[in-house]
Design a protein around this ligand. Structure first.
Ligand code: HEM
Length: 516
């Protein structure tokens, strides 16, 4: 028997707005016991600016979660505590290696309740952190405002709100494509075609929304002011967290924990698109048809490969993760289209969805290059210049440690000295990958299921996209700046760049090893 098609209400999804909550995020917890948290959040930026957040939190009583009644209340509590936790860790001269009981005790409980890790995930800062400006209007980008930010800047608001608007705009694609799955089961090709056409248009709209990021989120503010607060605690040795963060919940048994930072890679929407279209993302670095066994040493089990996109599911709310699993069990569109190759309208509609999603990923690569790769290079050449200038006044330490963090990719100081290992060699699998190559792989995999041979070729990655051209030009300019030639330009040094959820090597056009 076929598995039942999942129902949105069973997973708390909204037919209109998808993974955004069915009820708007609460702007305040109703029980007065939580007024102390609310007061901190109301004065959050001032407390961070004056560097008083830690002392204020240290003096807080440990509040129980027993006065949280409804799901919106649990979500508000989680979002507030996640902001407080990251503010506490990153809001000082040095990062704090300890999260104290007033945060840890309730945060561990609300996270367990919601099925999310106890850090600032995409749900804490985007999905559960917005309000409409006018209640009567739809959740469009022009009718949204954020509830909490670290910096109080418009840039940070915009960074979160573009994502909220993307979720809202993409939301209707969920019931639409569940309907397409049902239509494929009933062998109704016209209905499947209709759904795919509308889906392609929705994805195209998302591409238009994504590039609105440039309107109000400045790359410099993003890289130096916003991103450092979203950083995680995994592979953060050089940022000052060699063991991660010690979660002290007051039980006398504090635990060291390491988590990735908040990232849009934790959005369930894009993963839903991949699943429903039958797009497969291989572990990073693995080519098509490449058997993992081919890489195994004789007599050894093949190495477990690192699949970043799959791993990001652990950072989604439990109900969203379960929904994606349920959709995986019923996804049939790719097989249906493949078995109806003679139906041109159907195949064109399917290929159009892939093309739109690929184009969305291409725009995103360009964005990551502008907001992270270029900024990271700029800040490294600045620090190089500063080192050379002995009269230079030291800059503020805040944020710089995270933004310009460098690692030994092997995690082993000795190999750095011996020079035998990581520098020229590309580590793969669980060792990690490079940022831009990882994103390119995800983009190119998007086009792989295309039915039409010409469409397949066009989307195969052999053709240079706008993002590729821009990145190449940036690489050349950067190489010129460093006085490098040829392939040296892509392999400028062993520095890693802290992305969002992950930390990535800068080699190979901005990549090398995912240290997430
Ligand atoms: C300033 C804007 C953005 C920057 C700098 C950025 C940066 C990144 C980075 C560095 C990664 C690699 C994984 C990590 O380290 O977390 C990533 C992955 C990802 N981002 Fe973004 N991102 C931005 C906006 C967005 C938006 C608005 C979306 C929503 C569509 C999005 C969706 C994704 C997805 C789905 C991935 C996983 C890779 C994939 O599936 O192709 N990003 N992003």
């Amino acid at each position: 028997m076929l598995a039942p098609i999942p129902r949105l209400e069973d997973y708390g999804l909204s037919p209109q707005y998808g993974f955004l909550p069915r009820e708007l995020p609460l702007q305040r917890l109703p029980h007065p016991v939580y007024d102390k948290w609310e007061r901190i959040i109301n004065n959050f930026q001032s407390l961070l600016l004056s560097k008083r957040l830690r002392t204020v939190i240290d003096r807080l009583p440990i509040l129980p979660t027993s006065h949280l009644d409804t799901e919106p209340e649990w979500r508000r509590a989680y979002s507030m505590l996640a902001f407080m936790a990251h503010g506490y860790i990153w809001g000082g001269e040095k990062p704090s290696e300890i999260l104290p009981p007033p945060i840890t005790y309730p945060l561990l409980q609300v996270s367990a309740h919601l099925g999310v890790p106890p850090v600032a995930t995409y749900s804490a800062v985007c999905l559960w952190n917005y309000k409409p400006i006018f209640l009567s209007d739809n959740l469009t980008l022009d009718n949204l405002s954020t509830l909490t930010t670290f910096t109080g800047s418009l840039d940070e608001q915009w960074f979160y709100l573009v994502s909220v608007a993307l979720e809202a705009t993409g939301g209707p694609a969920i019931p639409l494509m569940l309907n397409a799955i049902d239509a494929a089961r009933c062998d109704q090709p016209e209905e499947v075609t209709r759904c795919l056409r509308t889906f392609a248009e929705i994805i195209d709209d998302l591409g238009g929304l994504l590039i609105r990021m440039y309107e109000n989120c400045d790359a410099h503010v993003f890289y130096h002011r916003i991103r450092p607060y979203l950083a995680g605690s995994k592979n953060m040795r050089d940022a000052g967290l060699p063991h991660g963060v010690r979660y002290d919940d007051g039980s006398g048994n504090p635990t060291w924990r390491q988590y990735g930072g908040g990232s849009n890679a934790q959005s369930s929407l894009i993963q839903f698109f991949d699943i429903v279209l039958g797009i497969e993302h291989r572990p990073t670095g693995e080519k098509r048809n490449e058997s993992s066994e081919s890489e195994a040493e004789p007599g050894m089990a093949p190495q477990a490969r690192h699949n970043f996109i799959q791993d990001m599911r652990q950072y989604m709310p439990g109900s969203h993760r379960k929904f994606l699993q349920a959709v995986e069990n019923v996804a049939n569109i790719r097989e249906y289209v493949e078995s109806h190759r003679s139906n041109r309208q159907l195949c064109i509609a399917y290929d159009a969805c892939l093309a739109m999603l690929r184009a969305l990923r291409d725009k995103h690569i360009q964005m990551v290059s502008r907001y992270i790769i270029v900024k990271s290079r700029e800040s490294r050449s600045m620090s190089h210049t500063r080192k050379q200038d002995s009269h230079a006044t030291p800059g503020p330490t805040h944020g710089a440690g995270i933004a310009s963090v460098k690692y030994d990719p092997t995690g082993d100081k000795k190999s750095e000295k011996s020079g035998s290992g990581s520098r020229g060699k590309r580590l793969r699998g669980t060792g990690g990958t490079a940022l831009i190559p990882f994103l390119r792989q995800a983009r190119d995999e998007t086009g792989e299921p295309a039915i039409d041979a010409w469409a397949k070729k066009l989307m195969s990655g052999a053709r240079r996209s706008q993002a590729d051209a821009e990145i190449e030009a940036d690489n050349r300019a950067y190489a010129g700046q460093l006085g490098m030639v040829g392939s040296d330009s892509a392999r400028d040094e062993s520095a890693l760049v802290v992305g969002m959820a992950g930390s990535w090597n800068m080699e190979d056009n901005g990549g090398g090893l995912c240290q997430y």
